[in-house]
Design a protein around this ligand. Structure first.
Ligand SMILES: Cc1ncc(COP(=O)(O)O)c(C=O)c1O
Length: 380
């Protein structure tokens, strides 16, 4: 056991580490932010696990850099060419590799990315980790792109991140606005459309635009509709030139053999299982939307095309704390730009959502507030 009193003075590390990293606040992932609880509805994962098996032979060998079977399986699934696919450790690694590949990070002259908050937090964190600059062009009041704001920054950035459907708000970004953005930046920047949740509304994917726009990059993942968040497997779709450049920067063996085998199974023989999960998640989404609509404290519910719903309450912190006390973890999004008093609940399993509903009912009972259906108070 190391005697911690003899470990070197932290001053050494404080002096060695990049100054911006010393002061950086890390991404508050659901697992980092909250531990414990028995009902996890805070990370937009599927509620039930997959029933998959894997051969654990040959672990003495390094895997292929980009396992061809996996690349073909995803290319077939997404309707693109093999040369347009890069497999990564989750979509998160795609974000990071894009920034490391395309943004210079030199003191004082770093390149910039554009983010459109409220949105997924990892674009900013990955940029900070690479000492790239961040230009913020907030979404409009109706949670769409601010095209004037983007236009003002036409020549200032290397990458524009658009999340569609957007996390945490849940709705898609208008396709015409994505096309306008691709046109706007066609000679100056990559436009990255993060489609982590696209399986819940596949008809709204931008994948068909890849042929027309060489500056389009699409991020995908197996963490959501495929119920494989623990596997860490995602994909970047883009022109073969972009993929070739990213392949120079990504780690030499990002996808382990077991990950590749499980992902291949999910993308071929088990595709129908994913489709059933999406159908039942979409139904449960409507069920939870009706439940939330009846809540006496509800200020607003955001339209959702995903496996989560964002809602605004008149007392978000109290609801959040009451749920944590009952072991039900959801996500408080109140610190995000424009999302004061907003909470996000993931559409987990039927059992998890029943726990969520009864925890809310308990909270209502304890605070003497009751559901309102057709203008009538309903006492459980
Ligand atoms: C919009 C968005 N993009 C990317 C990710 C990261 O996905 P992965 O688990 O594939 O790294 C998430 C995870 O919550 C997300 O919400």
């Amino acid at each position: 056991m190391v005697d911690s009193s003899k470990t070197p003075d932290n001053n050494l590390i404080n002096n060695l580490v990049r100054k911006d990293v010393l002061n950086m606040v890390p991404y508050q992932s659901a697992r980092r932010e909250q531990s414990g609880g028995s009902c996890w509805l805070n990370a937009n994962e599927a509620g039930n696990s997959n029933d998959l098996s894997v051969n654990l032979q040959n672990l003495n060998r390094y895997p292929d850099f980009q396992p061809q079977q996996l690349i073909s399986a995803y290319a077939d699934y997404a309707g693109v060419d093999n040369s347009q696919v890069l497999a990564t450790r989750g979509a998160d690694e795609g974000i990071e590799v894009l920034i490391r590949t395309f943004c210079e990070s030199n003191a004082g002259t770093s390149d910039s990315i554009i983010i459109c908050p409220p949105t997924y937090g990892m674009y900013a964190i990955s940029a900070k980790g690479h000492a790239a600059n961040i230009i913020t062009v907030p979404l409009t009041k109706d949670l769409q792109l601010n095209l004037d704001g983007l236009s003002e920054n036409k020549d200032n950035a290397k990458i524009v991140f658009i999340c569609s459907p957007n996390n945490p708000t849940g709705d898609v970004i208008n396709r015409d606005d994505i096309i306008s953005t691709l046109e706007l930046f066609k000679d100056s920047a990559l436009v990255v459309v993060d489609e982590a949740y696209i399986e819940f509304c596949p008809e709204l994917s931008t994948v068909a635009l890849l042929n027309d726009y060489p500056n389009l990059v699409i991020l995908r993942t197996l963490s959501k509709a495929f119920a494989l968040a623990g596997l860490r497997c995602g994909f970047t779709l883009a022109s073969n030139k972009i993929i070739e450049m990213m392949a120079k920067i990504i780690a030499p063996y990002p996808i382990s053999n077991p990950v590749s085998a499980i992902a291949c199974q999910a993308l071929t023989t088990d595709l129908a299982v994913m489709q059933q999960r999406v159908d039942s998640t979409n139904q449960l989404n409507q069920h939870i939307a009706s439940f939330l609509d009846a809540q006496p404290w509800l200020v607003k519910q955001f339209s959702s095309k995903t496996n989560y719903i964002l809602f605004q309450a008149d007392n978000a912190q109290q609801i959040f704390a009451a749920l944590v006390e009952q072991g039900v973890l959801i996500r408080n999004q109140s610190s995000q730009l424009g999302l004061n008093n907003c909470l996000r609940v993931s559409i987990g399993s039927i059992e998890e959502l029943e726990l969520f509903k009864s925890a809310i009912n308990n909270f209502n009972r304890n605070s003497n507030r009751y559901s309102v259906i057709n203008n009538q108070e309903v006492r459980p």
